[in-house]
Design a protein around this ligand. Structure first.
Ligand SMILES: Cc1cc2nc3c(=O)[nH]c(=O)nc-3n(C[C@H](O)[C@H](O)[C@H](O)COP(=O)(O)OP(=O)(O)OC[C@H]3O[C@@H](n4cnc5c(N)ncnc54)[C@H](O)[C@@H]3O)c2cc1C
Ligand SMILES: NC(=O)c1ccc[n+]([C@@H]2O[C@H](COP(=O)([O-])OP(=O)(O)OC[C@H]3O[C@@H](n4cnc5c(N)ncnc54)[C@H](OP(=O)(O)O)[C@@H]3O)[C@@H](O)[C@H]2O)c1
Length: 255
């Protein structure tokens, strides 16, 4: 990538939740524009060049930093480098933000269901901080599936939404549904997301039925989960949303 396409930013902090999960924040250039749901391209030095990877922005549009959540991959080239970053380190940031996982693309619908696995929760955390989203939808459901209990940092992240005073009056309309597929956890489902949709357990839990008129879905995470969840929704009569052919589902592979 040529130098005029990226800026050099500083790491503000980094935090390890587990051996596999971390978060970090970097300085945000004044002219860096993004829509909640989009991802950045981040670069770190590798041999004589740089290695670039996509990371969804978890912070809000109003904040002067950019925050990311990372699932560290054993022996992954970028993961090995990211696991060692610390305050003051330099990272490269592609000046453009990318992606179409944008709820504003839906022109109708009352209830929004966000379906995430692993780091796929990041774009939804950014969106939940957006006042316009709460004007667009009456009820919002955030479903987050992880394999093991210690990966369920989303409970902590959802609680942190309460630190935003402007969200105080709207968060009563958010339902958080944790899914932990390989441990028994009280209050969490153990079945995978597509099974929860097909069996009707998810609707039962949240207390309303999915309908074409009222319900809109955003899916992000493991590509196989995205495909399987999409199929389970197709079987229920929902369709992919396209700008010229409105439907109920927008999805993005989280890696
Ligand atoms: C649109 C988009 C947004 C992304 N946003 C994020 C994000 O917010 N947080 C994040 O951690 N990663 C995200 N990724 C993945 C990220 O770009 C890197 O691929 C990841 O950090 C691993 O890089 P690596 O070089 O260590 O390993 P790689 O060699 O790139 O990956 C090795 C393998 O690890 C698996 N893998 C990669 N990423 C993940 C993941 N996040 N969770 C589980 N398995 C994975 C895949 O099977 C992949 O083939 C995103 C990817 C895309 C395309
Ligand atoms: N596990 C470790 O100890 C460890 C340590 C370091 C690094 N890693 C790396 O981390 C990566 C995995 O990260 P991750 O656990 O965040 O992501 P993941 O494998 O995508 O799992 C996240 C969630 O998605 C679910 N899921 C997977 N496929 C699905 C499908 N087709 N339909 C519905 N749900 C599905 C999983 O359920 P299931 O649990 O049922 O699969 C789990 O609940 C691996 O690539 C590995 O290299 C793992």
């Amino acid at each position: 990538m040529t130098e005029e396409k990226y800026s050099k930013e500083k790491v503000l902090w980094s935090k390890k939740y587990t051996d596999k999960l971390m978060a970090f924040a970097i300085t945000r250039p004044e002219n860096y524009q993004f829509k909640p749901g989009q991802f950045s391209r981040i670069g770190l030095p590798e041999d004589s060049g740089f290695i670039w990877r996509a990371y969804s922005i978890a912070s809000s549009q109003n904040e002067d930093f950019l925050e990311y959540y990372v699932v560290l991959i054993e022996e992954g080239a970028m993961s090995q480098r990211l696991s060692q970053i610390k305050e003051g380190d330099e990272v490269l940031l592609d000046k453009t933000a990318f992606g179409f996982l944008l709820p504003e693309r839906f022109e109708s619908g009352k209830n929004l269901v966000m379906l995430a696995t692993g780091s796929g929760i990041a774009p939804f955390l950014s969106q939940l901080k957006l006042a316009a989203l709460w004007e667009q939808f009456d009820k919002i459901v955030l479903v987050h599936s992880v394999s093991y209990q210690d990966e369920l940092i989303s409970s902590e992240l959802v609680n942190k939404l309460h630190d935003y005073p402007e969200l105080a009056s709207v968060l009563t309309r958010l339902q958080f549904v944790p899914v932990v597929t390989r441990n028994e956890v009280e209050g969490a489902f153990k079945e995978r997301v597509p099974a929860l949709i097909t069996s009707g357990q998810l609707e039962q839990k949240i207390g309303f039925e999915f309908t074409s008129e009222d319900t809109r879905f955003l899916i992000c995470g493991n590509p196989k989960m995205v495909q399987d969840t999409f199929k389970s929704l197709l079987d229920r009569g929902f369709a992919m949303h396209r700008n010229r052919l409105p439907g109920q589902i927008i999805m993005e592979n989280g890696f």
